[in-house]
Design a protein around this ligand. Structure first.
Ligand SMILES: [Zn+2]
Ligand SMILES: [Zn+2]
Length: 234
């Protein structure tokens, strides 16, 4: 934004004035101190990105059965500032917070893909029509647009659709959640594409796994999951 070049930025968390050009990373609007103090996902499961203890090689769920997506990336644990920002983005259309989350996610992806090719296309996890009408925007799309711009990848915003209105997942058991999501998505064909699925937060793998099934059935060859924050296992 033009204003960013005219006015000094202020740290999103502590109100310190930021030195132009030294923001970490650019667009995240954070001073170095607050950036370092974020709830970083330091020891993610290499497959599903759930936070692990240091030295733990993989989570119990992935050791049990590999998920259908190829890998997941989640820079932050869904705690403290990450939780507050996701809430602001989701329910108050908090664009400053959304931009910070997208900037952190973009930088993390760039580091995570230094030795491998990025996927071909970015797809936001869609909301059902009913929820979109009620909320007025899809926070996953907001993140997907910023991340894709930072990585110079195309976004397909309407190619994956959410058909059914599924009840909020918090009150359901794992089996109930998975069962309720079967057939929840519909996709356009993706012959040979590697797809990056973007969402704000991943609590369980149920939603992205069902979206991945749909994308793979529609011809995608691989699905990678990119989320700003990942909820630690209970
Ligand atoms: Zn700060
Ligand atoms: Zn895992």
């Amino acid at each position: 934004m033009l204003l960013d070049h005219l006015l000094p930025g202020i740290c999103l968390l502590c109100d310190r004035i930021l030195t132009p050009g030294l923001a970490t990373p650019p667009n995240a609007q954070l001073c170095a101190h607050c950036h370092a103090a974020l709830p970083w996902n330091l020891h993610p499961c290499p497959t599903c990105a759930v936070p692990l203890e240091e030295g733990e090689p993989t989570c119990a769920e992935c050791a049990d059965a590999a998920p259908c997506f190829e890998r997941a990336i989640a820079p932050l644990r869904f705690e403290e500032a990450a939780q507050a920002w996701v809430h602001r983005l989701k329910f108050k259309q908090g664009m400053v917070e959304g931009r910070a989350l997208a900037a952190l996610l973009t930088t993390y992806i760039q580091r995570g893909y230094e030795r491998t090719d990025l996927p071909d296309v970015v797809v936001p996890v869609p909301l059902s029509r009913r929820r979109l009408m009620r909320r007025g925007h899809n926070q996953a799309l907001t993140l997907a647009l910023w991340v894709a711009r930072g990585l110079r990848l195309p976004v397909r915003r309407t190619a994956l659709k959410r058909l059914a209105h599924t009840p909020p997942q918090t009150t359901q058991s794992r089996e109930e959640r998975q069962h309720n999501l079967v057939g929840a998505f519909q996709s356009k064909p993706w012959p040979g594409s590697r797809v990056a699925l973007v969402d704000d937060v991943m609590t369980t793998t149920a939603t992205v796994a069902e979206a991945t099934h749909t994308l793979l059935a529609a011809g995608a060859v691989a699905v990678h999951v990119w989320v700003a924050a990942r909820t630690p296992a209970p």
